[in-house]
Every structure is written in structure tokens, then in C-alpha cells.
Design a protein around this ligand. Structure first.
Ligand code: ADP
Ligand code: AMP
Length: 217
């Protein structure tokens, strides 16, 4: 099954991706994680992406599309994948459709996590992530057991540079302008499933369980 998570920054895509991956047994492909890794490794891709990521802007399509399809070609994606943070523009969505069509497959579900802006800002500005394994926490809603230490791997937990308030404003503008049109794009294709993302992590996960149980073959 090929699934995509659609929603603004802070909607809970990464958080629920962990749940969906466990539920469906498909690999998680996050473009945000891929860019952060490339930036840490200072690869050619990382150097090119950094100037955009640091400003809260979308990385240009021609850079982004290539890295996603390279990942989707890997063997573990043979029975499907979960896309988190891709596509984020109509051009990326069209490129994905063409790529899937060529392989005689399609996106089965686009899961939209709907969350109001005031909640998004509260979530993003409180987000903390592990610098080693990327696990995500929240200062108030999902704190680590020991302050500053990752529960999963013992790594150092810190804020993301692009989660600073002034970057968040730019990222939300980018979302409204370039990504929100995808809601209509996928609604027209009858694969949009809208979930109430304002609820607790467990309640959102339960809505996802219901969605995937109902759509099981
Ligand atoms: P995204 O991947 O969409 O940017 P994340 O999954 O990283 O969003 O979530 C953003 C922040 O909100 C994180 O700090 C996460 O712990 C927290 N969070 C995610 N889902 C919920 C929820 N349902 N209720 C409260 N906080 C949440
Ligand atoms: P995320 O972790 O999904 O919030 O993404 C972090 C940053 O990576 C974004 O603010 C963008 O700069 C970049 N990025 C992630 N996915 C994409 C994409 N599909 N297209 C362009 N830029 C992206």
C-alpha cells in the first residue's frame, strides 16, 4: 500500500508516521529527515538544501524529486511506502503520479491531518528532537523521561533550528501557498482522507487504525 501524509508543519505527520509504519509494515520516507541527514553529513545535497531549509523555504522541486524517487526504488519499498512531507507542491505531485503510473501502481490514501494554526505554533515551538536518532518529543505534550536525553537512544535532545518562531511563520506561509492546493488535487482523485489532527496522539492514531481497517482488502 502506498500512503502519503499531508499536513502543515507541526500537524503530527512524523509522530503518526511511526504508528502507520508499525501498523502497515511499510517504510517511512520523510524528505525533512533526508534533508536534515544530508545537512549533518555536509554532502553535496546537504549543502544545496541547507540554504532553503535554514530559511524555512521549500527546497526546489528538481532537488527534492530526485532524492525521493531514488529512495522509492529501494527493495524495501517493493510492497509500498509511507511518504511524509512529500509531495509539497503540485509539480512534485505530478512527478509522483508519473513515477507511480510508470510502475503500474498508485497512491492508495492521502491522509490529511487537519490542525488549526494556533495549535500548530504551540506544537512546533515546543518540539524537541534527538540529534542522534531523530526521535521527536514535545516539551509539554510528550516530554522525555530525563530532560534533554532521548528515551530511545540516550542521545541529546534539542530544538530544531527551523522551529524558531520567525522560521515557523515562513514555513506556514510556504505551506498555505504551495502545499495546501494539494488538498483539492487529491480530493478530485478521491484518495483524500481527512483526520482530525487536533486530538491527542492516541486519539489520532485510533482514527488512523479505523481508516486502515476499513480499507483493508
Ligand atoms: P510534523 O511531522 O507534521 O511536522 P510532528 O509529528 O513532529 O509534526 O509533531 C510536532 C510536535 O507536536 C512534536 O513536538 C510532537 O511531539 C507534538 N505532537 C504530535 N502530535 C501531537 C498530538 N496529537 N498532540 C499533542 N502534541 C503532538
Ligand atoms: P519537515 O521535517 O517535513 O518539516 O521539513 C523540513 C524542511 O525540509 C522544510 O521546511 C523544507 O525546507 C524541506 N523540505 C522537506 N520536504 C520538502 C519537500 N517535499 N519539498 C521541498 N522542501 C522540503
Amino acid at each position: 500500500m502506498n500512503v502519503m501524509l499531508l499536513g502543515p508543519p507541526g500537524a503530527g505527520k512524523g509522530t503518526q508516521a511511526a504508528h502507520i509504519v508499525a501498523l502497515l509494515g511499510i517504510p517511512h520516507i520523510s524528505t525533512g529527515d533526508a534533508f536534515r541527514l544530508a545537512i549533518r553529513e555536509q554532502s553535496v545535497l546537504g549543502v544545496r538544501a541547507k540554504e532553503f531549509v535554514d530559511q524555512g523555504l521549500l527546497v526546489p522541486d528538481e532537488i527534492t524529486i530526485g532524492i525521493v524517487f531514488e529512495r522509492c526504488e529501494k527493495e524495501d519499498c517493493a510492497h509500498g511506502f509511507l511518504l511524509d512531507g512529500f509531495p509539497r507542491t503540485i509539480a512534485q505531485a505530478q512527478a509522483l503520479d508519473a513515477w507511480l503510473h510508470k510502475r503500474h501502481t498508485q497512491l492508495d490514501h492521502v491522509v490529511q491531518l487537519h490542525v488549526d494554526t494556533d495549535i500548530l505554533i504551540e506544537r512546533i515551538t515546543g518540539r524537541i528532537v534527538c540529534a542522534s536518532c531523530g526521535a521527536t518529543y514535545h516539551r509539554h505534550f510528550a516530554p522525555t523521561r530525563t530532560a534533554g536525553v532521548c528515551d530511545a537512544c540516550g542521545g541529546v535532545v534539542m530544538s530544531r533550528a527551523d522551529d524558531a518562531k520567525e522560521k515557523v511563520v515562513v514555513r506556514l506561509q510556504e505551506y498555505e501557498e504551495k502545499t495546501a492546493p494539494l488538498i483539492e488535487y487529491y480530493r478530485e482523485r478521491h484518495i483524500l482522507r481527512t483526520i482530525d489532527g487536533k486530538r491527542s496522539k492516541e486519539e489520532v492514531a485510533a482514527q488512523l487504525d479505523a481508516l486502515f481497517v476499513c480499507s483493508a482488502p
